[in-house]
Design a protein around this ligand. Structure first.
Ligand SMILES: [Fe+2]
Length: 394
């Protein structure tokens, strides 16, 4: 801003002094307004964009120090030069401590007045310029950080998709879990932002399987206990992958805890009940349902009714009661706009015959909670049917 266009305010209870000071500054090209008391000055400051105020220290009612404090509080962009007729070092120090830019003794010689004003305005311009520059820099840094996060998340998402692309049977699993979880979030009345987070959590919940050995991931038969322990690491590993870039720590928690059981028998931390984060509980339910209603090499997809029955038996032990009940309610709703919840996108794998001939499918590769639903790791019960035992291998 050009100094000629910067507005100045002169505040002095003596109209003659006020006028003389204003005229000197006007002669230098400044746009000057006068006020003869502190409250009037404050009103003017609120209405117009002043750059600088020259304030007389001694005024009846509210004095210059009071006005200085008000300016500092409500108009921090205005610099203030205090004027006084008394040479008082303590007062001068007080003024500077309260935020005044300078302090002049009356009567002020004309050149001293204008030089002091010019210097104060120059410093103000530099300060404003620095603030603008810092703000610009901060915005650039934030924008850059946002882009990097987006790129990283995009890469992680691509990795998750690539991971599933290697497996005919779990292809599209994460997308479908995300779809179910989003609809569950909407059903539960979660905010738009939280629904977006649920979507991301659904897509990335098994990202940690990147760290699972491929021979284990693709093993067609039953996993050994050691192999199952290895697969279980995917929950913690997924959280580690996401932690440096997740904007919301709930995303990391959701991925970390998506295999916890309501009764505390799940992993990785054995959390129970409400201690399991809501997003993780939502992933658990939708992950189980998606897995049950999808084809696996060792069994065809179960019907929604069968899946419902299996899951119902696990409410309160493996599955969280409220979230599961809400999910059942959602399943019962007509969903004209969305794809049917019970139809996996990977419908080409619908035939058990195809499943039996595939070279890669494995019950172990998803380490999926549906096996947990049927039997927690290492805790298969005699009551299990042969099919359940197959599903429940570690
Ligand atoms: Fe998982």
């Amino acid at each position: 801003m050009n100094e000629q266009t910067e507005r100045l305010l002169v505040v002095d209870d003596e109209p003659a002094v006020c006028r003389v000071t204003a005229q000197r500054l006007e002669r230098k090209g400044y746009d000057v307004t006068m006020a003869t008391d502190a409250t009037g000055a404050l009103d003017l400051l609120a209405q117009k964009g002043f750059a600088l105020a020259l304030v007389d220290m001694r005024m009846p009612e509210k004095d210059g120090l009071w006005l200085l404090k008000q300016i500092w509080r409500y108009h921090p962009g205005v610099c203030v030069i205090m004027l006084t007729a008394v040479a008082d070092v303590r007062t001068a120090v007080d003024c500077l401590r309260q935020g005044a830019t300078d302090y002049l003794l009356k009567p002020v010689p004309g050149d001293v007045l204008t030089l002091t004003v010019e210097r104060a305005l120059r410093e103000r311009r530099m300060k404003l310029e620095l603030e603008r520059y810092q703000k610009h820099l901060e915005e650039k840094v934030q924008e850059q950080a946002r882009r990097i996060r987006q790129l990283y998340l995009g890469s992680v998402r691509s990795l998750a998709i690539s991971l599933e692309a290697k497996d005919h049977y779990t292809r599209g699993h994460s997308e479908r879990v995300a779809e179910f979880a989003v609809r569950l979030a909407q059903h539960l009345g979660l905010s738009k932002a939280d629904t977006g987070l649920v979507d991301l959590a659904g897509l990335l919940h098994d990202i940690g399987k990147i760290g699972v050995r491929e021979e284990v991931l693709n093993k067609p038969g039953r996993l050994t206990s050691e192999e199952f322990e290895h697969v279980k690491l995917h929950a913690a590993l997924g959280a580690q992958i996401l932690e440096p870039i997740a904007e919301d720590p709930r995303l990391v928690k959701a991925v970390l805890h998506h295999h916890e059981n309501w009764d505390g028998t799940g992993y990785p931390h054995g959390l129970a009940g409400e201690a399991i984060p809501l997003l993780a509980r939502m992933l658990k339910v939708t992950d189980v349902y998606e897995a049950l209603t999808s084809n696996r090499p060792y069994r065809p997809a179960r019907s929604p009714e069968e899946a419902h029955g299996i899951m119902e038996e696990e409410i309160g032990t493996v599955l969280p009661p409220e979230v599961t009940t809400a999910f059942f309610a959602l399943l019962a709703e007509p969903s004209p706009a969305a794809a049917p919840l019970s139809a996996p996108a990977d419908s080409e794998a619908a035939s058990p015959a195809v499943a039996n001939t595939s070279p890669t499918p494995s019950a172990s590769k998803d380490a999926s909670p549906q096996r947990k639903v049927l039997a927690p790791a290492g805790a298969q019960t005699p009551a299990q049917t042969e099919k359940e035992k197959t599903d429940a291998q570690p």
